[in-house]
Design a protein around this ligand. Structure first.
Ligand code: G3H
Ligand code: 13P
Ligand code: ZN
Length: 364
């Protein structure tokens, strides 16, 4: 099947009242595994690549500071790869840019063949956010690409998403924002947070979700709602990682019961990244522990040393520095165990989430 528009998947999720997960990926091997588990569970798939990850795919290890040229190269590599795989499967697949920093990055993804992009102007003043979002919407519309924007600020620390405190989305501003930009779906702030430490006793304000949903409904606004920072941070994975020497004390995720309530209240797209990073890193550490001879290989030795020196960095893009060549082509014959560690991480997290969000069997 050809890549589908993000909007098509979200309208389907809204009509049939299930949550559509959107999974961040950083390695092409994760694309294969994601498609495989979605095929097994017959679920529609949104794969998303965050702005820094584009630079990573484009060959920049210093991906937090990638150039536009690197991001353009990365956008093309990942779009070609995903398009090819999507054409060989029966499940619908959409490819989305997550937290696009500016118009140029969104344009690079649209030009490369993404079917959905996010422009994140949430840290800007209201009017500037509207102006920039509108520019992306106008360009994307010409190519039939869906657009996500963000209003309100989430707390949490991710490379390009850094804020100490959150500011919840104002429902009336959300209505005005969507009317003036014509955006397809809107990320709102209602208590979620990026990263593995979402704070103790996170309480999501589903009233905000309900209020925005109702306002949209009564004003005939066709715009779905997005929940960022929604990883559940499974306690058993935190425990495993701590047993391998990582420092993840105080890690807390979003409670499953709360995210389910949020879906009921009107959230349609739910972003998950941290859980996949944690499961992947846990599996890599387990592989190294079971096969100490791997440490004779400089690339694997770097992974072990990196995690010893950076015990709270669960981002595999950092520890897998010496696997940069494989990022865009996939791991080769001699690294099949690492490939399996990554695949198992994707299956474990995506499998659980697809079931939790009631997505099983919805790919038709
Ligand atoms: O919300 C942000 C995502 O988790 C992406 O993370 O900016 O480290 O690629 P990243
Ligand atoms: P987590 O850090 O909770 O996985 O959030 C991911 C996200 O919002 C990606 O945009
Ligand atoms: Zn996010």
């Amino acid at each position: 099947m050809t890549l589908v528009k993000g909007k098509d998947l979200l309208k389907e999720a809204e009509e049939r009242a299930y949550g559509q997960a959107a999974f961040n990926i950083n390695f092409v091997d994760q694309v294969d595994s994601a498609i495989e588990i979605h095929e097994i569970l017959h679920a529609p798939l949104i794969l998303q690549v965050a702005d820094p990850a584009l630079g990573f795919f484009g060959g920049g290890y210093d991906f937090k500071n990638s150039t536009l040229e690197q991001k353009k190269r990365g956008a093309k590599i990942i779009a070609d790869y995903v398009r090819d795989k999507a054409e060989k499967t029966d499940i619908p697949v959409a490819l989305h840019l997550d937290h696009g920093r500016n118009f140029e990055t969104c344009k690079a993804c649209i030009d490369a063949g993404f079917t959905s992009v996010m422009y994140d102007g949430s840290s800007l003043p209201f009017e500037e956010n509207i102006e920039n979002t509108k520019e992306v919407v106008d360009y994307a519309k010409e190519y039939g690409v869906s657009v996500e924007a963000e209003l309100g600020v989430l707390a949490g620390v991710e490379d390009n998403v850094v804020a100490k405190n959150s500011t919840y989305t104002n429902p009336l501003e959300a209505l005005e924002f969507v009317r003036r930009t014509g955006v397809d779906y809107l990320a709102i702030s209602y208590g979620t947070k990026h990263g593995s430490n979402k704070g103790k006793d996170v309480n999501l304000s589903t009233d905000i979700v309900t209020a925005i949903k109702q306002l949209f409904l009564f004003n005939d606004i066709d715009c779905q709602l997005v929940s960022h920072g929604s990883s559940t941070v499974p306690k058993y994975i935190v425990k495993d990682l701590m047993n391998y020497g990582l420092d993840l004390s105080g890690s807390e995720g979003i409670k499953i019961s709360q995210i389910k309530k949020a879906i009921k209240a009107g959230i349609n797209k739910i972003n998950i990244d941290t859980d996949i990073r944690m499961a992947t890193t846990r599996n890599i550490l387990s592989l190294l522990k079971k096969n100490p001879e791997l440490l004779e290989d400089e690339r694997y030795k770097f992974v072990a040393n990196y995690l010893k020196d950076n015990p709270n960095d669960i981002d595999p893009r950092s520890s897998l520095k010496y696997f940069m060549n494989e990022v865009s082509q996939g791991l080769g014959e001699k690294d099949q165990d690492l490939k399996k560690a990554m695949k198992d991480g994707v299956f474990e997290i995506m499998g659980q989430i697809i079931v939790l969000f009631n997505q099983v069997g919805k790919a038709n």
